[in-house]
Design a protein around this ligand. Structure first.
Ligand code: ATP
Ligand code: MG
Ligand code: MG
Ligand code: MG
Length: 490
């Protein structure tokens, strides 16, 4: 393609370098210094101390006024969680690159808006008739004014009025998490169909053919624990453009997965599994489910490789558990749809990814061997319970279908997790495939019950451990266990 992924990324850097920006490297996907965050979910994370005005003057970043970068992002778990969409839609990944240009107390809205328009329409040559922009409509409850300044600026670069749309708090007020830097934003959406239609009503409507491409955030506030907004010491520009989405638009594809970012991964998956080639079909059109499996595996190997390279090994809590969940989800797809041998499946795809992205992100070259070992270990461990767990799931599913509830009980979901290592989202996927529902409150109850039971066992064994033989027999008398006949019969 004319606009290869590589050329797109470099063009973005060059454009802003020409406008006085310094190219800075991506930060780790594991935010080692920020306990409020599971994974790096946006380009601004590494600049948070600059926005808050808490950066040490000795920090290299402290001198920056303008920067440009591509940031590795993970949106699985946490405030921005896209895991459940992956496989199903054409434009959400768990791991993606976010291109960004930054002003730290330097230029503001006018330049940001003018340059984003210039880059998309003049440099990349996107058809302005297919672009729609949004601005923040305001929120009286939070005492926030509508961003009419952004609206006027879009008009002045030549966007027609029926392509300038107001947006609410959810879409046009960007927040990093429950607390932290935030501000009104103005976004650019691309209509993949065009042809003179007006697609304004499809903006922010979950339509895969009208896709949000670029977010310009006007950083002005710091969200406090008590939900109030504190004004930041200075105003900043924070932009985030979905690299895979931009490439997809420039390569005239309906989907991010049809670009040269994903093709090498699909080729490798095909080589390893002998599956039919990828055809970019979704939902019911993906009759045998193979395209969905291709997407899941290709997406997940990216997350796994980058997360592990940056120090998030699979385990049972926090980010480690997200990594584990993602691996197990992928493994199950690979086995079900590709009949893949589990044990070293993901690591067999790894070389294709390292080949493709290693130049921009040398850390995955450096850690390739560690990643391979951890992936194999983790797959191996899951493969031991996968078989039995699937059989158990089939039993529960049959029951739920037979008894007419069409619902997997919370206790069943919990047992699949506790005994067979099936993360809840994996069970949910399998349930969906069978037309079964799950009830979050029921699951939470089962979890709570299990926690209490294990706490009780722990406490009583601790008490017992401290007692001598006489004390134990005394205690047993005092406990007055019910006579055997009163015990429940199974
Ligand atoms: P969407 O509404 O499509 O979920 P968003 O509003 O959550 O996107 P932002 O937080 O504004 O996204 O992030 C900035 C940009 O990053 C988006 O405009 C989009 O291009 C890209 N992006 C966001 N989430 C994803 C994802 N899961 N996969 C790929 N690109 C993404
Ligand atoms: Mg989103
Ligand atoms: Mg959005
Ligand atoms: Mg957005």
């Amino acid at each position: 393609p004319e606009w290869t992924g590589l050329r797109v990324r470099n063009t973005f850097f060059e454009f802003f370098r020409d406008k006085g920006h310094t190219v800075v490297p991506s930060s780790s996907v594991v935010p080692h210094n920020d306990p409020t965050l599971l994974f790096t979910n946006a380009g601004m994370n590494q600049f948070k101390p600059i926005f808050l005005g808490t950066i040490a003057s000795t920090d290299d970043l402290a001198k920056l006024k303008r920067a440009v970068d591509t940031q590795k992002c993970i949106r699985a778990g946490g405030k921005h969680n896209d895991l459940d969409d992956v496989g199903k839609d054409s434009y959400h990944h768990t791991f993606f690159e976010m291109l960004g240009n930054w002003s730290f107390g330097d230029y503001f809205k006018k330049e940001a808006i003018e340059w984003s328009w210039e880059l998309l329409t003049k440099v990349f040559g996107l058809d302005p008739a297919r672009l729609y922009v949004t601005y923040f409509e305001g929120n009286p409850e939070m005492n926030l004014e509508p961003d009419l300044e952004a609206k006027e600026l879009w008009k002045s670069v030549g966007v027609p009025e029926d392509h300038i749309l107001p947006g609410n708090m959810k879409d046009n007020f960007w927040e990093m998490g429950a607390t932290g830097p935030c501000g009104p934003c103005s976004e650019i959406h691309y209509d993949k169909i065009g042809g003179g239609r007006n697609a304004a009503h499809l903006v922010n409507a979950d339509d895969p053919m009208v896709v949000e491409v670029w977010n310009n955030v006007f950083m002005q506030f710091d969200r406090q624990e008590d939900k109030s907004l504190k004004t930041l010491p200075a105003k900043h520009i924070d932009t985030g453009m979905g690299y895979e989405r931009l490439v997809s638009a420039l390569q005239n594809k309906d989907s991010n997965y049809a670009t040269d970012i994903f093709t090498p991964l699909f080729d490798r998956i095909q080589e390893v599994t002998g599956a039919r080639p990828y055809t970019d079909k979704y939902g019911k059109d993906d009759v045998d489910g193979i395209d969905t499996a291709y997407r899941v595996v290709a997406d997940h190997i990216r997350l796994l490789t980058f997360a592990i390279s940056d120090g998030a090994a699979p385990n049972n809590e926090g980010r480690g558990y997200v990594v584990r969940r993602v691996l197990r989800r992928g493994v199950r797809y690979a086995r079900k749809y590709f009949n893949a041998e589990i044990g070293s499946f993901f690591s067999s795809i790894l070389p294709a990814l390292v080949e493709q992205m290693g130049e921009q992100f040398p850390e995955i070259v450096k850690h390739q061997q560690d990643v391979k070992e951890l992936l194999d270990e983790e797959e191996e461990a899951f493969s031991r319970t996968l078989d039995r767990g699937e059989k158990q799931f089939e039993k529960y599913a049959a029951e739920a279908l037979n008894n007419g509830t069409k619902k997997l009980s919370g206790a069943d979901v919990w047992r699949l997790y506790d005994t067979f290592g099936f993360p809840e989202d994996l069970t949910k996927l399998m349930a969906e495939e069978r037309g079964l529902s799950m009830d979050e409150t029921e699951i939470a109850e089962a979890r709570e019950k299990a926690r209490e039971a294990s706490k009780a066992v722990k406490e009583s064994s601790q008490t017992f451990a401290k007692l001598n033989v006489h004390q134990i027999s005394e205690l047993k008398d005092k406990l007055q266990l019910p006579p055997p006949d009163d015990e429940p019969k199974f």
